[in-house]
Design a binder for this molecule. Structure first.
Ligand SMILES: [Ca+2]
Ligand SMILES: [Ca+2]
Ligand SMILES: [Ca+2]
Length: 334
């Protein structure tokens, strides 16, 4: 981790040239990728799959690394009929739900070669999330729950609370990887240390300092790699042939139902309502990570997001999309 945090922020301009910083990052990443640590160490792959030279100097000097005006706002409508979580987005509610803008490059915000969109709905029991993922060559390898799904082409979803955030990833086989992160500075003051399941000495919990943006002012998180969100339902639907490159696929869709009752740890920090109330605002992040990149001169980082972060790091809640909950039925939105 130290390798990605080479200088004090205020001296970074003077002390580090771009080149030196890039070399430091690359050396660090090569070192990280050769370690035999538990593969849930998201740093391994995401470091080495970032294109050379795309760690902007502002990683080290500006927080947040995204621009407030650039962060999307979205209205999530309440529904009266729940979707069937089978991966197919053929319910009328998904047809009617507002869709996100096309995902852009996570770092630069540039246009991306394949269309990716998301939508969010809710009711009193669940949050519902959908992704439409254009993908001409469906691929997946990992089948075991909590396998490092980010090493396949994946779709990722984050929900942030005040003191904690949840990471969900899924590949085209429907394999799920989940981690819960609690900001260390809030661990004792927020009383998380008194909750047995968040014992920080648990065998699969450890300190985490981000991926490519390791100067977050809140510092370390405690990550719980064996935490599973209670009651989570997820499914994928493939429109094409997986692991067969002889044809051209259309893509895949992802459908999630996340019970509010499983999010008590996220609500604890600010006592927010579960389910949310009309006009409550939450922060969530939506992205996909590909094992391929568009050929140069495109500067495709391989990570595409609804809300670009400006850095090679999803773990920046300040850059997550604003989700405004509307208690109105979707039909009344016009
Ligand atoms: Ca469905
Ligand atoms: Ca897990
Ligand atoms: Ca295929």
């Amino acid at each position: 981790m130290e390798g990605c945090h080479p200088v004090d922020r205020k001296f970074s301009d003077a002390l580090m040239s771009h080149k030196l910083f890039q070399i430091a990052v690359i050396l660090f990443c090569l070192n990280a990728s050769s370690s035999n640590e538990y593969p849930g160490n998201v740093m391994d792959l995401k470091c080495i799959s970032a294109p050379n030279g795309t760690f902007p100097e502002r990683d080290l000097v500006v927080h947040p690394p995204c621009t407030e005006d650039d962060i999307p706002h979205y209205t999530a409508y309440k529904v009266t009929s729940a979707p069937k979580i089978d991966g197919k987005l053929d319910e009328a509610i998904w047809e009617e739900a507002p869709r996100s803008s096309r995902f852009r490059d996570l770092i630069t915000g540039a246009e991306t070669i394949h269309d990716t969109r998301a939508a969010v709905l809710w009711d009193d029991t669940h949050l519902y999330v959908a992704y439409w993922v254009e993908e001409p060559d469906l691929r997946a390898t990992l089948t075991k729950r909590d396998a490092p799904v980010y090493k396949d082409n994946d779709v990722e979803f984050f929900i942030s609370g005040e003191d904690a955030y949840y990471e969900f990833e899924i590949n085209a086989f429907g394999t799920v990887y989940e981690v819960l992160f609690i900001w260390e500075e809030a661990f004792v003051s927020g009383g998380y240390d008194t909750i047995a399941e968040f014992n920080r000495n648990h065998r699969k919990s450890r300190a985490f300092n981000g991926v490519g943006y390791t100067s977050h002012p809140r510092g370390l998180r405690i990550g719980y790699w064996d935490w599973d969100l209670p009651g989570l339902q997820s499914a994928v639907y493939l429109d094409g042939t997986i692991n067969n490159g002889k044809d051209r696929d259309r893509g895949w869709t992802v459908e999630l139902a996340i019970p509010w009752s499983g999010m008590t740890v996220l609500a604890r920090g600010d006592g927010r309502s579960l389910p949310p109330k009309d006009r409550d605002v939450w922060r969530m992040d939506f992205s996909r990570f590909n094992q391929y990149k568009e050929a140069p001169p495109a500067k495709d980082s391989g990570g595409w997001a609804w809300s670009p972060h400006g850095v090679w790091d999803s773990h920046v809640p300040e850059c997550f999309t604003y989700i405004h909950f509307s208690g109105k039925d979707m039909k009344s939105k016009m």
